[in-house]
Write a protein that binds this ligand. Structure first.
Ligand code: PMP
Length: 414
C-alpha cells in the first residue's frame, strides 16, 4: 500500500498523494465536462487557464519579474527534458551572440569568421550533469569554443565533491565573447549544491533537482531550466525561465543560413526560445496534464506560504530542516561517510557510504531499509553507494522514519 511506503528516489520522484488522487479523477473527467484532461485540446480555454495558473504560481513562488521590458522574464514549458535544454541553451545563446557580433559585417565573410573564432561558452563543471552539458556544447559547436571555468575533479584527487572557490575560476578573458556561463545548481548524482549564485556573463542554471526548494536570485540569470520530474511534477515537461534580454524585440537571433555558413549549429524549432515564447508554449502540442500536475503541486506550496516573501521561503525552511536532521545522523555516527565536502552538501540528494564503501554492508543497508518500507535509496549506477533524495514531496514523517532506520542500522539494531 502507498501509505506503507516511503520513496527516496532521485527522479522521477514522489508526488503529493492528494495531487495524484485528484489527477486520477481529472484523467476521467475534467471540470465536469465528461472529457478527460489528456483528451482536451492544448488550445482550449481550459488548457489556457491551466497554463496561465502554472505560470502565475511559479512567478509568485520564485518572485520572477514580470512584464515585456528587458527586466522581465518569460516562463516556458518545453519537452525534451533537462538534456534537451543542454542543447537548447547552446542553440539559442549562440544565435543571440552571433546576431550581436555580426552587426554591420554580415557581408564580410573573413571578418565574420574572425568573430566566430572568438565565441566562448563558459562551463563550471562540478559533477556529472554539468559535465554532460559541457560535452553537449562541445558536440554542437566544437570544443575549441568551450571554456571550462572550473573542473572540480582537479581539486579533489580526480573526484567530484567540492565546488572550488571562485578565486580559482578561469572565465574567458573577454566578457563580450561569452555567449553563456553555465552551472548546475544541484548535482543530483554527486550530492553537490551551490551555496550561492556564482558570477558569470550571461548566466544559465540547470535547477532540475533543486527547483522550488529555495529562493533563487532570478535577476542574476538569463536562463534557468529544470525538468519537472523531481520537485514539480511528472516527467514530460521542462520549465524554462527566460530573460526578455535574450528574446525579441530586446535581442535578435542570427539568421539560420548565416549560422550554418559559419559552421554553427541551428537548433530544432521546438527548442527555439523566441518561437516557444511567442506562442506562449503552444507552438506544438503541450502535455497539458503535466502542466496541470505542476500547477497543483505549486498551488499547495502557495497555500502553505501565505504572507511569506518570496513564497518559496516556507518550503525552503522545511527542506533545509529535513536535510539538516539527516546530515546530523550521518555525522553523528562513524558507520557513515558523507561523499561530498561538507561545504557543498546538497539538501536534495544526500550521498553517503557505509564506512569504507563496504559493498556487503551497503547491500544490507538497502535491504534492511526496504524491509521497513524505505525505497529508492540506492546511489546512482555510475557512483554506487547510497543516496537519499529529499525532494519536497518527501514528508517530514518519511524523513523521521529514515532517520530512525539509520540510527538503528548504525547501532546494529536493524
Ligand atoms: N540535470 C540534472 C541536474 C538532472 O538531475 C537530470 C536528470 N536526473 C538532468 C539534467 C537530465 O534530465 P532529463 O532526464 O529530464 O533529460
Amino acid at each position: 500500500r502507498r501509505e506503507d511506503v516511503h520513496y527516496f528516489g532521485a527522479g522521477p520522484a514522489p508526488l503529493p498523494t492528494s495531487v495524484l488522487e485528484e489527477a486520477a479523477k481529472v484523467l476521467l473527467n475534467y471540470n465536469d465536462s465528461g472529457i478527460g484532461i489528456t483528451e482536451i485540446s492544448h488550445r482550449s480555454p481550459e488548457a489556457n487557464a491551466i497554463l496561465a495558473h502554472a505560470q502565475d504560481a511559479l512567478r509568485q513562488l520564485l518572485d520572477i519579474p514580470n512584464g515585456d521590458g528587458p527586466e522581465g522574464y518569460q516562463i516556458l514549458f518545453l519537452q525534451g527534458g533537462g538534456s534537451g535544454e543542454f542543447s537548447a541553451v547552446v542553440y539559442n545563446l549562440v544565435s543571440v551572440w552571433l546576431a550581436k557580433r555580426a552587426k554591420g559585417i554580415v557581408d564580410d565573410e573573413t571578418k565574420l569568421a574572425d568573430e566566430v573564432a572568438k565565441l566562448r561558452l563558459d562551463y563550471l563543471v562540478t559533477g556529472s550533469w554539468s559535465l554532460k552539458a559541457s560535452q553537449e556544447a562541445a558536440r554542437l559547436i566544437g570544443k575549441e569554443h568551450v571554456n571550462i571555468v572550473t573542473d572540480s575533479r582537479q581539486h579533489r584527487d580526480g573526484k567530484v565533491g567540492v565546488i572550488p572557490s571562485a578565486e580559482t575560476y578561469k572565465p574567458s578573458t573577454t566578457a563580450a565573447d561569452v555567449a553563456l556561463t553555465y552551472y548546475c545548481d544541484n548535482e543530483t548524482v554527486d550530492g553537490v549544491e551551490f551555496q550561492g549564485t556564482p558570477d558569470g556573463e550571461n548566466l544559465v542554471a540547470d535547477m532540475s533537482s533543486n527547483f522550488l526548494s529555495r529562493r533563487v536570485d532570478v535577476r542574476k540569470h538569463i536562463a534557468i531550466f529544470g525538468g519537472a520530474q523531481k520537485n514539480i511534477g511528472t516527467t514530460g515537461i521542462t520549465i524554462a525561465i527566460i530573460s526578455n534580454k535574450i528574446l525579441p524585440p530586446h535581442a535578435a537571433m542570427a539568421d539560420s543560413v548565416l549560422m550554418r555558413k559559419l559552421g554553427l549549429s541551428v537548433g530544432p524549432v521546438v527548442l527555439d526560445y523566441p518561437t516557444v515564447a511567442k506562442n506562449n508554449s503552444l507552438y506544438n502540442t503541450l502535455p497539458i496534464f503535466d502542466v496541470w500536475i505542476a500547477g497543483r503541486v505549486m498551488q499547495r506550496l502557495l497555500d502553505a506560504s501565505e504572507g511569506q516573501t518570496p513564497r518559496i521561503a516556507t518550503q525552503q525552511a522545511e527542506s533545509d530542516k529535513k536535510a539538516k536532521d539527516l546530515y546530523a545522523v550521518l555525522d553523528g555516527s562513524d558507520v557513515y561517510t558523507v561523499v561530498p565536502d561538507k561545504s557543498v552538501r546538497s539538501r536534495m540528494n544526500l550521498c553517503f557510504r557505509i564506512k569504507g564503501g563496504d559493498a556487503d554492508a551497503e547491500k544490507a543497508f538497502l535491504k534492511g531499509a526496504e524491509s521497513r518500507g524505505l525505497f529508492g535509496l540506492k546511489g546512482h549506477r555510475s557512483v554506487g553507494g547510497i543516496r537519499a533524495s529529499n525532494y519536497n514531496a518527501v514528508s517530514v514523517a518519511a524523513v523521521e522514519k529514515l532517520i530512525q532506520y539509520m540510527k538503528d542500522f548504525a547501532d546494529g539494531k536493524a
